[in-house]
Design a protein around this ligand. Structure first.
Ligand SMILES: [Zn+2]
Length: 82
């Protein structure tokens, strides 16, 4: 009876991570760097960062249109001379 040992590599610190029974979507944590990882591929075993179900909060864009504050000083037509 052979115990199949699977190895994956932490994408963060590149350390080898052993999984006894890797399953797709399985979540583990890297011992070395503590990064939360997920099994994304079984053959070959591949680990990737866990993408949490973060609600995509829309980053408020600062739509500040640059208001060009031009003070009208400049070339005014000369006053009429009569
Ligand atoms: Zn790591």
């Amino acid at each position: 009876m052979t115990v199949k040992k699977e190895f994956g590599y932490c994408p963060e610190c590149d350390s080898r991570i052993r999984l006894r029974t890797p399953r797709l979507g399985q979540r583990i944590q890297c011992r070395e760097c503590g990064t939360a990882l997920e099994v994304v591929e079984l053959t070959p075993l591949e680990l990737d960062w866990v993408f949490e179900d973060l609600s995509f909060d829309d980053e408020p864009r600062h739509n500040r249109s640059r208001s060009v504050a031009h003070d009208g000083y400049g070339d005014f037509p000369p006053a009429y001379e009569d």
